[in-house]
Structure formats: structure tokens, C-alpha cells
Design a protein around this ligand. Structure first.
Ligand SMILES: *[C@@H]1O[C@H](CO)[C@@H](O)[C@H](O)[C@H]1NC(C)=O
Ligand SMILES: *[C@@H]1O[C@H](CO)[C@@H](O)[C@H](O)[C@H]1NC(C)=O
Ligand SMILES: *[C@@H]1O[C@H](CO)[C@@H](O)[C@H](O)[C@H]1NC(C)=O
Length: 306
């Protein structure tokens, strides 16, 4: 039988309802906040449909240089419009403020941390460049083809070949080797390669004297058996104490003597190793792994400011 509620029980019901609603609302709000915090913490993920990716690496001491470099990426439509994702992997010495500065100048670049903490001590010195190939290899499985870009590389608006054309060349002319270099230096390989390196690569001094050194600061690499054939040996070399950065190796070179091609004067670390690997696999026939492009402009900055 229906019984009108008295004043006290009506108040009681009213407040329990309000309390129930408040409780539910706060749960919903908490769930929403939780989901939002998850979303904001997840690094921007690469669209799975993307076949091509661009990778660059930087540490704190190259921050200024790398920002000058990434600003020039905007001249390439595929990068500016985020059609081809560009990932900058940063070392553990890069601060939150550095990342904000980077993002301010180059908002089209995805930032992602990398670490060398699990590697042996001799590996961790970033100045011997052992970290480069293993770090690039850690991203390669995400894509069919990647382009690697050093902080010293500037891009200019493409004239005869778009960035997409360059990626496509990896499915045609360079499919066999899975590797394409784009720049050549004025000097030969011999004077800039430490003698200990010959123990690791089946390459002769004669071959090194007869070949110009290619720049390793920019290359295309396929996630294919051929691409990994180059990459796996580069990783092995990076992990061998006497390969890539042998004891006594120095980057500084006497430029006058370089042209003579008679004496070993200095060492180019990962670049010397990569040149040896390509000669070891494919000899001196550079058409198998080299075609220049007007897109690239290599700049060595002595001073840098933002
Ligand atoms: C070293 O390379 C030469 C060709 O340059 C080849 O004939 C020889 O079999 C190779 N040696 C080894 C041990 O792979
Ligand atoms: C170099 O390789 C290309 C492509 O495989 C070939 O067409 C050319 O004949 C080779 N050149 C030499 C000198 O072996
Ligand atoms: C584009 O231009 C460069 C020189 O700037 C040249 O070496 C290269 O072969 C050209 N590429 C094509 C596809 O024509």
C-alpha cells in the first residue's frame, strides 16, 4: 500500500540519491582522467600503414646542430605534411626543456628516447659512434624502408627526384643491395681508415686506395635480407672493441696530406666501417649502392646558435 513519505525520509532519499550520483560522477571522471593520462603518456605511434620512415639521432651536445638540420626538413613536402613519418631518437642526456625547444622548431618530428645503458662501457662513449647502427637497427623492423639522416645533413627543395621517388628507388635499382648512399667525399678510403679494421673486413688496402669514401650521414636501407646483411655486420663491428673505434683512432685529419692517399692519417669510425662493408659485399661497383640526389646538402658547422 502506498504510503506518503514523511519529510525526514524524503530528505534522506534525496541525499542518498545525490550522494549516489556524485559517487558515480566521480568514478566516471576518474576513469576519463585515467584514459586521458594514458593517451598523453603514449608516445605518438607510427601509423601502421606507413612503409617508409625517416630516422635521425641526437644527443645534447648536438642539439643546436640537429635543430638547424630538422628545420630544413620542412622544405620536403612529404615530411612537412607528415606523409612520411620522421622519428628523432634522443639520448638520455637530453632534457625536457631541450625536447620542448626541439618540438617548437620542428613540430613535424616525432621524438622518442633511446638508451645505451645495457651496452658495455666502451660502447657508451657517443663520440666513437658505436651507438648509431644498433640504434637505427632497433627502429628498422617498423618499416619496409628507412632513410637515416645525420644532424650534419641539410635538405634543399628537391629538383629532379622527390623523397618518395628516392624511397621507391629502393624497390627498383637498389632492391638487390637494400642500400643506397647519396654523398661522396673528396678523399679516398685509405687515409681515413684505421689499420685494425682490415682484420674484420675482407677488403684490401689497394681497394681502399682506389675508392672514394662515401658519406654515411645519409642513407636508405631496406628491411630486407640484403639490408640486414649490411646492417648485421655493422652491429657486430660496433660491438667489437677493436672494430669501428679501435684504440688510438682519432677523427682529426691533416687535410693537405689526405689528398696524397699515401698514409693512414685519421679514422672515420662508422663511416669507414660502412664503406668497408659495402666494398666487402659488392666491390668497387658503386652503381649498386650509390646515386646522388639534389635534395642533400651536407654542412659541417663550426659554431652553432639558435
Ligand atoms: C674475399 O673477397 C674476395 C673478392 O674480393 C673473394 O674472392 C674471397 O673469397 C673473399 N674471402 C673470404 C674469406 O670471404
Ligand atoms: C655494376 O653493376 C651494374 C648493375 O648490376 C651493372 O650493370 C654493371 O655492368 C656493373 N659494372 C661493372 C663495371 O661491373
Ligand atoms: C639528380 O641530380 C643529381 C645532381 O644534382 C644527379 O647526380 C642525379 O643523378 C639526378 N637524379 C636523377 C634521378 O636524375
Amino acid at each position: 500500500m502506498y504510503q506518503p513519505l514523511n519529510e525526514a525520509s524524503r530528505k534522506y532519499l534525496y541525499f542518498t540519491n545525490v550522494r549516489k550520483n556524485l559517487f558515480l560522477m566521480s568514478i566516471v571522471t576518474m576513469i576519463m582522467l585515467f584514459v586521458l593520462s594514458l593517451l598523453s603518456k603514449t608516445p605518438p605511434s607510427v601509423p601502421p600503414s606507413s612503409k617508409y620512415g625517416i630516422i635521425t639521432l641526437f644527443s645534447k651536445n648536438h642539439l643546436c646542430e640537429t635543430i638547424h638540420s630538422c628545420q630544413t626538413y620542412a622544405t620536403i613536402p612529404e615530411i612537412k605534411n607528415k606523409i612520411i613519418p620522421l622519428i628523432a631518437l634522443y639520448a638520455s642526456d637530453v632534457s625536457k626543456k631541450d625536447l620542448e625547444t626541439y618540438h617548437y622548431h620542428c613540430p613535424y618530428v616525432q621524438l622518442r628516447p633511446f638508451t645505451v645503458s645495457s651496452y658495455p662501457e666502451y660502447f657508451k662513449d657517443l663520440k666513437n659512434y658505436r651507438f648509431k647502427f644498433p640504434t637505427v637497427a632497433s627502429v628498422l623492423p617498423e618499416f619496409k624502408t628507412i632513410m637515416y639522416v645525420d644532424a650534419s645533413i641539410r635538405f634543399t627543395a628537391p629538383k629532379n627526384e622527390t623523397l618518395t621517388d628516392m624511397f621507391k628507388s629502393m624497390e627498383t635499382q637498389f632492391a638487390k643491395t637494400g642500400f643506397r648512399l647519396l654523398g661522396k667525399s673528396f678523399h679516398h678510403n685509405y687515409p681515413v681508415t684505421h689499420p685494425d679494421m682490415y682484420a674484420f673486413f675482407n677488403v684490401t688496402e689497394k681497394q681502399m686506395k682506389e675508392t672514394n669514401q662515401f658519406h654515411s650521414g645519409l642513407y636508405f636501407l631496406n628491411n630486407s635480407p640484403a639490408g640486414w646483411k649490411v646492417m648485421n655486420k655493422m652491429i657486430q663491428c660496433a660491438l667489437q672493441p677493436k672494430c669501428m673505434a679501435p684504440k688510438g683512432a682519432k677523427a682529426r685529419c691533416n687535410y693537405r696530406l689526405l689528398k696524397e692517399n699515401k698514409h693512414i692519417l685519421c679514422h672515420r669510425f662508422d663511416q669507414s666501417a660502412l664503406n668497408m662493408r659495402l666494398i666487402e659485399l659488392y666491390g668497387k661497383n658503386e652503381t649498386l649502392y650509390y646515386r646522388p640526389s639534389s635534395i642533400v646538402n651536407i654542412v659541417q658547422m663550426s659554431k652553432c646558435s639558435l
